[in-house]
Write a protein that binds this ligand. Structure first.
Ligand code: ZN
Length: 109
């Protein structure tokens, strides 16, 4: 007998299959800071147009760390930290579906 159509299972399957595309995810968050470099002759000295500095902020062994990102890698890192957010969202949605299914199954015991 064919099982009744369950939209939650369809959604869970789609979420699971989408996780592979997020395998390149990076932890932490992407941070952009504006700062002056300290050189008195630089255009940033008046404090109006500052230098952009990009960092990835992560917990390493429970301690917060920030790593500088070279400009040429900014887009890639931004994309990969966004993948982690999407991974977390998918994991949360899968957990919610499973909880709903568990509670329904428990009721029918
Ligand atoms: Zn400067």
């Amino acid at each position: 007998m064919k099982k009744p159509f369950d939209p939650d299972l369809v959604r869970r399957g789609r979420l699971i299959r989408g996780l592979g595309a997020l395998r390149g995810m990076l932890p932490g968050s992407f941070v952009e800071r504006n700062r002056s470099c300290g050189r008195p002759t630089c255009h940033c000295a008046d404090g109006k147009i500052l230098h952009s500095q990009y960092q990835i902020s992560v917990l390493v062994d429970g301690k917060p760390k920030a790593f500088n990102i070279p400009v040429e890698l900014v887009e890639k890192v931004r994309e990969k930290t966004d993948m982690r957010r999407r991974f977390d969202d998918a994991a949360a949605a899968i957990r919610d579906i499973n909880l709903k299914r568990f509670l329904r199954e428990k009721e029918n015991c």
